[in-house]
Design a binder for this molecule. Structure first.
Ligand code: GDP
Ligand code: MG
Length: 235
């Protein structure tokens, strides 16, 4: 961001905030101004990975100082592309639909600064919450968390949540492949298999701005289950 280039003001570790976005023009101004407020005085960049939105998502984001990358595959591939192209030492994944609160960025940055490889927002530890999750999604998430913890000897409380931070140095090791909504599960599983140092921090998921089609819940569940099985079979 232009602010980050201001001499004397910006100092320390560079932070890259990577935001996959598909038709989020309504949310983009709130999102980026919220980020700017919290990150003021820090060295950072905002990368919006636009899935070829049919609205003005990219134009608005660019006008507000974000770097734009395009990806035409899915949320996962957009996130991977953004992370790979980020120049910061601390990388953060964030959604564009205002479900992730910018003030929690500070917590995610602290996790990595304290020496963890990945810091994962969790809606299900003390201090966390979801104002958005449906009963069926909450149940599915619990079942997947249980399955992953059993299979990969991890201790997660949440898994399908995309507000996270990463030490850039471990990105290559993760060798991320999931092109769609299996990406968060893939990250959790690979982190456990690689024995990375992970920590969960509480996060409040705000109410999304649009209703979700019922069918997507089941489709996402199927993709996540496929991701778990694939990774369990692979070394
Ligand atoms: N680039 C890109 N972004 C996407 C795509 N699908 C969803 N997103 C973005 O990814 C984020 C999470 O998507 P959302 O539908 O809210 O998923 P959920 O929060 O996991 O239910 C939002 O910022 C979306 O705009 C896609 O196909 N491509
Ligand atoms: Mg969302």
């Amino acid at each position: 961001m232009e602010e980050s280039n201001t001499r004397n003001k910006a100092n320390g570790t560079k932070i890259s905030i990577v935001i996959p976005a598909l038709n989020e023009e309504r949310n983009m101004p709130h999102l980026i101004s919220g980020i700017k407020k919290i990150m003021s005085g820090k060295k950072y960049e905002v990368i919006v990975v636009d899935g070829y939105s049919t609205d003005n998502t990219a134009v608005i984001a660019e006008d507000m100082g974000a770097r734009i990358i395009y990806d035409n595959v899915g949320k996962g591939s957009a996130l991977i592309k953004g992370l790979m192209n980020a120049s910061g030492e601390i990388l953060i994944s964030m959604d564009a639909d205002l479900s992730h609160e910018p003030r929690e960025l500070t917590l995610l940055v602290s996790g990595i600064k304290s020496g963890y490889d990945i810091c994962m927002g969790s809606r299900f530890i003390a201090g966390g919450n979801s104002e958005d999750i449906s009963a069926i999604r909450a149940f599915g998430n619990k079942a997947f968390v249980f399955l992953v913890n059993a299979l990969f000897k991890s201790h997660y409380s949440d898994m399908c949540y995309g507000y996270r931070s990463f030490n850039k140095k471990i990105l290559q090791k993760l060798n991320l492949r999931e092109r769609g909504f299996g990406i968060e599960a893939e990250i959790s599983i690979k982190a456990a298999k690689l024995g990375l140092k992970t920590i969960e921090v509480p996060s409040t998921e705000k109410k999304r701005s649009a209703e979700e089609p019922k069918l997507r819940t089941f489709w996402d569940g199927y993709i996540i289950l496929k991701t778990i099985i694939k990774n369990a079979l692979r070394n």
